[in-house]
Design a protein around this ligand. Structure first.
Ligand code: ATP
Ligand code: MG
Length: 422
């Protein structure tokens, strides 16, 4: 028997794929991605085959990027091993690649896989101290399409660490939400059921949205926000849109679904036929979410006291978690962030954090801008110093009233007492 070494042609694809399929399970053959192979060959990637009649018994195929080539496929029919086919195919492929302007050819094989001898014979040197790093991304491409369709994202794991301070809240969320979802089997062993639905409440700007995203980041799950206003394409279709969105998202293996401004749809005061329908739809979805492990519904509201009591009944939200105003450590971080882009030299972060109780992130931003504006006016009039001073900052803080007034704080404390379920 002898085989002919020739270029891989488009018309070889059928026969080549048959050989790839046959060799697919062989331990001594580099696993080939068949779809990729067909794609490469169809788009003209260089390859060489060994053919006996119209049977393909060996394939080497490469992909080129500028003057580099990577050998993707090395397959030799089991009956044709150790007859020099590999070296002969490789020699022809090298010639082809040189004509294409390739300088360096690389191949990744494990030892004793088909083609190794050929590479050695053809003078390829092996690099022993290379370590192969691989990562299978947790989200399949089809799932990613669903995530994209709803404008979702996969938040970074580091988001959690960027939430400064808020130790109480972090402790509860890490322990009651993240840990049981990340390790449901250990949780179940002791009888802890991972939460399916969580309600976060607290004054504006306290980090509810950030926490919801950070949970997804910690879990490595996609985060999809369904905005009540986004769902509202028409009065009647709002609840059916919510249903179809939530059903679609259940097709994912994992997801954190987030509904912000939950009071807009679920407040007792605002109850009208539209929101009533939406809330009913949501209540119907909750058991589905509960029976779908890997799915977490997070709702957030500023006004938990306004939420219809039917929605807050036990059995609906597994956890109702208060998120308080930024604490001292959080305010320090907010000041650091707000001042970073500004020209200030002697800012006393500690003092600013201490004097800005009741500030939300937006208030910190506003006060920083006010200080900058004061410095700007002075500099234009030729005054000194020519940067934002601590006095500018102090004056701005004195002028800027925290959004979380003592009334709001008191109300929040009462609501936390009354509604928190952690
Ligand atoms: N503890 C924190 N550390 C650092 N940055 C924070 C912290 N809390 C909030 N922020 C920042 O403040 C901004 C507002 O936070 P976020 O949108 O999460 O608040 P919220 O509670 O969802 O507000 P709202 O009630 O208005 O929806 C974000 O830019 C966030 O990054
Ligand atoms: Mg928010």
């Amino acid at each position: 028997m002898s085989a002919v070494i020739r270029d891989l042609l488009l018309t070889d694809i059928g026969s080549a794929v048959r050989l790839l399929e046959e060799c697919r399970m062989l331990a001594d053959t580099k696993p080939a991605d068949i779809a990729q192979f067909v794609n490469d060959v169809s788009s003209g990637a260089p390859g060489v085959v060994a053919a006996e009649g119209d049977q393909i018994v060996g394939i080497i195929q490469a992909r080129t990027v500028a003057d580099d080539a990577w050998i993707n496929v090395v397959v030799i029919d089991a009956a044709w091993r150790h007859q020099g086919l590999g070296s002969a195919m490789l020699q022809r492929l090298e010639e082809k690649l040189m004509h294409l302007g390739v300088r360096k050819i690389s191949a990744l094989l494990s030892s004793a896989q088909a083609g190794e001898t050929a590479l050695v014979n053809r003078g390829f040197s092996s690099i022993h101290d290379l370590v192969l790093y691989e990562k299978l991304e947790p989200i399949a491409p089809t799932a990613m399409r669903i995530v994209d369709q709803y404008g979702g994202e996969i938040p970074s794991e580091s988001l959690w660490d960027r939430v400064a301070g808020m130790h109480e809240e972090k402790k509860i969320i890490a322990g009651r939400v993240v840990a049981p979802l990340a390790d449901p089997s250990t949780a179940l062993k002791v009888g802890v059921r991972a939460p399916a639905t969580v309600l976060l409440f607290g004054p504006p700007g306290t980090g509810k949205t950030t926490f919801a995203k950070a949970i997804a980041g910690r879990l490595g799950w996609p985060f999809i926000e369904l905005l009540p206003s986004k769902l509202e394409s028409g009065v009647d279709s709002m609840s059916s849109e919510l249903r179809s969105a939530m059903n679609d998202l259940l097709r994912l293996d994992h997801a954190v679904v987030f509904i912000d401004e939950f009071d807009e749809i679920a407040s007792a005061r605002e109850r009208n036929p539209t929101t009533k329908g939406v809330v009913n739809e949501l209540l119907k979805m909750i058991p589905l979410y509960r029976s779908a492990p890997g799915h977490l519904l997070v709702c957030a509201t500023n006004f938990v006291g306004d939420i219809d009591s039917a929605v807050l009944r036990p059995g609906r939200f597994d956890l109702v978690i208060p998120i308080g105003p930024p604490d001292l450590v959080a305010r320090r971080a907010l000041w650091e962030a707000a001042l970073a882009p500004l020209d200030q030299r002697d800012a006393d972060i500690e003092k600013l954090a201490n004097n800005s109780g009741g500030y939300t992130p937006g208030d910190v931003e506003l006060a920083a801008q006010r200080a900058a504006a004061a410095a700007f006016d002075r500099i234009r009039e030729g005054g000194a110093p020519a940067y934002i001073s601590q006095e500018d900052l102090d004056a701005a803080v004195a002028r800027t009233r925290g959004s979380v007034t003592s009334d709001i704080c008191e109300r929040f404390a009462q609501e936390a007492e009354r509604f928190a379920r952690v």
